[in-house]
Design a protein around this ligand. Structure first.
Ligand SMILES: Cc1cc2nc3c(=O)[nH]c(=O)nc-3n(C[C@H](O)[C@H](O)[C@H](O)COP(=O)(O)OP(=O)(O)OC[C@H]3O[C@@H](n4cnc5c(N)ncnc54)[C@H](O)[C@@H]3O)c2cc1C
Length: 475
């Protein structure tokens, strides 16, 4: 119990170059304590699960088939390689981003079955996803949300080591740093800031969620719209329902992990008949600038432009850079240099990911699903022109081709609620995600691992106290 209290109380700041630069402040040092001591078994082969067939091993299974509004499979089974030490109903994890997937993986390694429910149509991963673009026989791997990540804490370093051994992640050895708004590049100080990690050359950042999800029970393309307590008694378990009221997955779940944020998470938690400690931290609003303190999560919106730039025409002296104090752009990264592939050398273009600033995203916000053509044209031209002008080559803009535009409506948390997870002991509902610990890949995965540890102990009867959220503070 003392260990959990320590884990919940420690404020973790920073954690990623990206999160800091997205918010325009210098990188802070990660302070971590408490959870490290209680993370037994997290790095595989722990005493409760054994090590064979761990996630990402050669025995990788396909993700489960789609379970669109059908209620999913009612099959109850033991996952290969796991030795459950808790034989109650599984845990339901709503959200298959990095936090939810890390939580599910850690639960499995702690001997607790878990099922992940995610809206992703093709694969889980949320804001860690990649796309492929084919051009003249050459396939370009493109990261269109998370670009790179840190592994500063021991738990995430251990996970990343496993992934590295299996070729899922690699250190980014490219020229990465920051770009002044006049186009001057300053390389990142890796000795001081530690390595940056990227995905595999064959699938990009999407390799990370795929690895975390392998061998887990993942229900894809499902929208959890309602949480119902079993027989009306909070604590006796949960049933998950689709928007059409159909029951999802196995039926009864012993604990619900909310591993997503935004308006839909707020709506979902409010389907519960009674208030829990998970209600308050799921309230949110959208803004471009965080308040110093707030009673709710504040989320930015960001535009992403995928741009094909004729090879040799761009004078860029870097592979990835945070753009300082710019009105339109906050990041520019060359995917073709980041993930070189056998045929990439023959390509006539480099494919870049451009990410807008939060104020620009907020100013040009529209429906994420149905972007009006005039907004798409305006934003794509402005981002493309800003990039070429920044490089000192405005004339190149016309020969660049915009391959894809995406608005991340709920992009990056601007404030965090200063703890690793939220846990309601009575209702058996918890929250993990990047807006609790640190708004980054590392923060999301760490939050998932930390909540898994608490859930496993709760289900084994340790009767942990509830951990309500702290007030949100600007990150
Ligand atoms: C453009 C962009 C660039 C970024 N760059 C970086 C970077 O370079 N480095 C870095 O460290 N971080 C970066 N980040 C942040 C990083 O991507 C996130 O911190 C991290 O991926 C968050 O993971 P998560 O699991 O907390 O949330 P999410 O990834 O948002 O996962 C939540 C999941 O829940 C699903 N879901 C939602 N509602 C439901 C429902 N009702 N039923 C079922 N499923 C549901 C969603 O579809 C989603 O898959 C970036 C983010 C963006 C948007």
């Amino acid at each position: 119990m003392a260990r959990l209290a320590a884990a919940a109380a420690v404020l973790v700041v920073g954690g990623s170059l990206a999160e800091c630069r997205f918010q325009g402040r210098p990188q802070l040092t990660v302070r971590r304590a408490g959870f490290g001591k209680s993370s037994r078994g997290l790095s595989g082969g722990g005493d409760s699960t054994g090590g064979s067939g761990g996630v990402g091993s050669a025995n990788v299974r396909q993700l489960r088939e789609k379970a669109i509004d059908s209620g999913g499979s009612s099959e109850s089974r033991t996952l290969p390689g796991s030795k459950p030490t808790y034989d109650g109903p599984p845990v339901a994890v709503v959200g298959g981003g990095l936090a939810g997937l890390a939580c599910g993986l850690a639960l499995r390694r702690l001997g607790v079955r878990a099922a992940i429910f995610d809206t992703g149509k093709r694969a889980p991963g949320g804001r860690a996803s990649s796309k492929t673009f084919k051009r003249q026989g050459c396939t370009h791997i493109v990261d269109h949300a998370a670009q790179a990540f840190t592994a500063q804490g021991p738990e995430i370093r251990a996970l990343v080591e496993e992934m590295e051994q299996e070729g899922v992640v690699q250190q980014w050895r490219g020229r990465v740093g920051s770009l002044s708004n006049t186009g001057q590049f300053t390389p990142r100080d890796e000795t001081r800031e530690g390595p940056l990690w990227i995905g595999s050359s064959s699938t990009g950042m999407a390799a990370v969620p795929t690895w975390l999800a392998a061998e887990q029970e993942v229900f894809q393309d499902v929208w959890v719209a309602k949480l119902e307590p079993v027989r009306g008694a909070p604590g006796a378990g949960w049933v998950l329902k689709t928007p059409k009221g159909k029951q999802l997955g196995e039926g009864r779940y012993s604990y619900v992990v909310m591993a997503h944020n935004g308006k839909c998470a707020d709506r979902l938690i409010n389907t519960l008949p009674e208030k829990t400690v998970a209600h308050a931290p799921l309230r949110c609003k959208f803004t471009a600038k965080a308040s110093p303190t707030s009673d709710r999560l504040e989320l930015s919106s960001l535009w992403v432009c995928i741009l094909a730039v004729p090879r040799g025409s761009s004078p860029a002296s870097f592979d990835g850079a945070f753009v300082e104090s710019h009105a339109v752009l906050s990041w520019a990264g060359n995917n073709s240099a980041k993930y070189p592939r056998p045929q990439t050398g023959q390509s006539d273009v480099d494919v870049w990911t451009l990410i807008s600033t939060a104020p620009y995203g907020s100013k040009n916000k529209c429906s994420q699903e149905f972007i009006p053509p005039e907004v798409r044209t305006k934003v794509s031209e402005e981002m493309r022109n800003a990039f070429c002008t920044l490089l000192g080559a405005p004339g190149v803009a016309d020969s660049c081709e915009v391959l894809h535009m995406q608005l991340w409506g709920a992009a990056v948390p601007l404030n965090v609620c200063q703890q690793h997870f939220v846990h309601d002991a009575e209702a058996r509902v918890g929250i993990c995600g990047d807006w609790l610990t640190a708004p980054s890949v590392e923060g999301a995965m760490f939050s998932g691992l930390a909540l898994a540890d608490a859930v496993a102990r709760e289900l084994r009867g340790e009767s942990l106290p509830s951990t309500p959220a702290q007030p949100f503070k600007r990150g």
